[in-house]
Design a protein around this ligand. Structure first.
Ligand SMILES: [Zn+2]
Length: 308
């Protein structure tokens, strides 16, 4: 049971607080027309009433506008919520983290699809520092899903039902791929198939992994007020970087940061356990905040310019 639980928690991306903070920043930068459109599309999600109830419970006096904002924040965590929902099937190999073995890994039919598609949350771009042969990148993955979903959102022929499903996924995935370990996997003689985005790299505490450390950097709570407060403290993103609209660039940055920062000392070769230094943690926290701020602005730009 313990093992299943640990494996089940792999590759979650920023924790819910992180995803909600990214969504908060994005919503604040949406035009009134785009806000109206996303509000209408999110109403088609089968969990919409639950989200509205959560908002009423956590922030009973919220204005109508703030309610829509907070529903948008919760919607950004839906792709993780379905991993804990027994009506969804954990499809694919390696505990659902690989597309092979899924009955339909590249499905895009909307809410009738009850597959978890955990392998949509990341792209395992491989790198090595010891000359190990690099494996191919599994597909579908977060990069091709983002490209697909933004195409559907821009389409004049797709149904609103499908746009709602693709929008809900997109809100989550834009956050995910700004987490460096959602765009990279370290391949080595220890891990010839890659370290599963740092999930195999242990830190010096019980059940601690490098991947989880990075997921936790934007906060571990699942609370609207806490996420809002955290989002307000995030730095302003670099304007030139924030204007980049191609998801391939966002992923390339994460891949670069993984090699430069995530796998820097005291992370060394092998799977550890490693003891993180104060300086490492400081650099990591700073980078995570910059990535979240970029994700928020880029998500807003995408929706403002592409959603129809
Ligand atoms: Zn995710």
């Amino acid at each position: 049971m313990g093992l299943v639980l640990v494996l089940g928690e792999q590759a979650f991306g920023w924790n819910e607080q992180g995803h909600m903070s990214v969504a908060y920043l994005a919503y604040k930068q949406l035009t009134p027309a785009t806000r109206e459109r996303v509000n209408a599309l999110l109403k088609l999600n089968p969990k919409y009433n639950d989200w509205a109830a959560t908002v009423s419970q956590q922030v009973p006096n919220a204005s109508a506008g703030d309610k829509d904002l907070m529903i948008f924040m919760i919607a950004a965590t839906w792709a993780d919520q379905i991993k804990r929902d027994s009506t969804y099937t954990k499809d694919g190999g390696q505990n659902g983290n690989r597309p092979d073995g899924s009955p339909d890994p590249g499905k895009n039919t909307g809410y009738d699809d009850l597959l978890m598609h955990k392998y949509w949350h990341f792209i395992d771009t491989p790198f090595t520092t010891d000359g190990t042969t690099l494996p191919t990148i599994p597909t579908p993955n977060a990069q091709e899903r983002i490209a697909l979903f933004r195409g559907v959102l821009a389409s004049t022929t797709a149904t609103d039902a499908l746009k709602s499903y693709d929008l809900t996924w997109l809100l989550h995935l834009v956050g995910d791929i700004h987490q460096p370990l959602h765009a990279s996997t370290r391949v080595s003689s220890t891990d010839p198939d890659g370290d599963a985005g740092g999930n195999l790299v242990k830190l010096d505490c019980a059940k601690c992994q490098l991947h989880a450390f990075w997921d936790d950097l934007l906060g571990k709570q699942n609370n609207l007020k806490t996420a809002t407060q955290a989002a307000r403290k995030l730095p302003k993103p670099n304007a030139e970087l924030a204007a980049k609209s191609d998801e391939k660039d966002w992923i390339a940055e994460s891949f670069q940061e993984a090699q430069q920062t995530v796998y820097s000392a005291p992370i060394a070769a092998g799977d550890g356990p490693f003891t993180l230094s104060t300086q490492y943690k400081k650099n990591a926290g700073k980078l995570a905040k910059q990535r979240a701020a970029l994700a928020g602005t880029r998500l807003a730009n995408l929706l403002n310019t592409e959603l129809r």
